[in-house]
Design a protein around this ligand. Structure first.
Ligand code: ATP
Ligand code: MG
Ligand code: FE
Length: 350
């Protein structure tokens, strides 16, 4: 079965083709991506209207590139998958609209995918794919969650952020330091030259005894520190970046280890944009090796948004018999959609 996947929830247009197999995991046939980062950078963040318009411009040329690369034709597609939510309503509507139009024109069913399930299952696209069950640390621009994952669609949230996401903490701190949008990768790069112990910053909820996170206070502490530095900020920026990164990572690391301990599981899967962070990976790898825990990541270029993870999540849901695609071509995107509400909303209402 050939699944076409379309991602358009925020500022990346992604298209991919994934093929299911009789046995084993679905396989990525081709994927293409256009990031709008350069377009939004002048505004310091995503401008929703510009994002929607750019998705419209990009999605069909990207689809053409994917079919060319895979040596497939539109008529070969069995199911058209798209990101149904969560995300920006207008941006989501572009992907849903194109997917439903293609489905209706081809006489093929469509399947709406949860964006976070896409991130969560993206490590299955890598050569070192995980096996169920595992603990998942989902660290993206808008979400920070620890989950127990027993299979496709079987997700139990163990803890999550009560305010900002880890990616947001990176991005907002980076903005305070005058770094471009999105600040995560820039802050990480600057931190390479800094001393992570230079500034004492809070580790919110580190000893809370639960698996929840909080990053809003950290951002305020970074702001206070930046103001205190005044004219010296420029000279101490790398130290502040390294200290901020260290604070975020320590919390992510300790809570992930606590989730492993609590569940008794020996496998950790990290997904989402922050999962690309080199220091996070190094520290998690070391801590997990000491505990004989296997840790899996998406390939670096598939940590942030892409079409491959959407096509893959759809293919895995279909293969697991978790969801039937539908020939009801409804534009029912879900801008707000908690992952633990996935099953109750799995089917598209007629
Ligand atoms: P969500 O998936 O929650 O809707 P999103 O799609 O915006 O949010 P992702 O695409 O998964 O999030 O990831 C983007 C985030 O990852 C941004 O906050 C970005 O700064 C962060 N990020 C990317 N690379 C790195 C890195 N090397 N270090 C730290 N953060 C990073
Ligand atoms: Mg993005
Ligand atoms: Fe995302």
């Amino acid at each position: 079965m050939l699944v076409l996947g379309i991602e358009s929830s925020c500022d990346e247009t992604g298209v991919a083709l994934v093929e299911t197999a009789a046995t084993g995991l679905p396989r990525l046939a081709a994927h293409a991506l256009h990031s709008q980062i350069a377009m939004h950078q002048a505004y310091g963040g995503v401008v929703p209207e510009l994002a929607s318009r750019d998705h419209i411009r990009r999605v069909l040329p990207l689809a053409q590139a994917v079919f060319d690369e895979a040596g497939k034709r539109l008529a070969d597609v069995d199911v058209v998958a798209y990101t149904r939510g969560p995300g920006l309503a207008g941006a989501l509507l572009v992907g849903a609209g194109v997917a439903c139009a293609l489905g209706a024109a081809l006489g093929k069913p469509v399947l709406g995918v949860h964006h976070l399930e896409g991130h969560l299952l993206s490590p299955f696209l890598s050569a070192d794919a995980p096996e169920f069950p595992f603990v998942a640390l989902l660290v993206s621009g808008g979400h920070t969650q620890l989950m127990r994952v027993d299979g496709v669609g079987r997700y139990e949230i163990l803890g999550e952020t009560i305010d900002d996401a880890a990616g947001e903490a990176f991005d907002k701190s980076a903005k305070l330091m005058g770094l471009p949008y999105p600040g995560g990768p820039w802050l990480a790069q600057l931190a390479e030259q800094g001393d992570p112990t230079a500034f004492k910053l809070p580790r919110p909820l580190l000893h809370s005894g639960d698996l929840d996170f909080s990053f809003a206070g950290l951002k305020t502490a970074v702001l206070t520190q930046a103001r205190k530095l005044g004219d010296d900020l420029q000279a101490r920026k790398a130290d502040l970046a390294a200290s901020t990164q260290a604070a975020i990572i320590e919390v992510l690391l300790k809570k992930s280890l606590a989730a492993l301990e609590r569940t008794g599981l020996q496998r950790l899967v990290v997904a989402g944009g922050v999962g690309a962070n080199r220091v996070l990976r190094t520290q998690l790898n070391a801590a997990c090796a000491r505990r004989k825990v296997r840790v899996h990541y998406p390939e670096l270029h598939l940590c942030t948004d892409n079409g491959a993870m959407i096509a893959m999540a759809a293919a895995m849901r279909l293969q697991a018999g978790m969801q039937q695609p539908t020939e009801v071509y409804a534009f029912d995107v879900k801008p707000r959609w908690p992952l633990d509400m996935l099953d109750t909303l799995g089917a598209v209402a007629a």
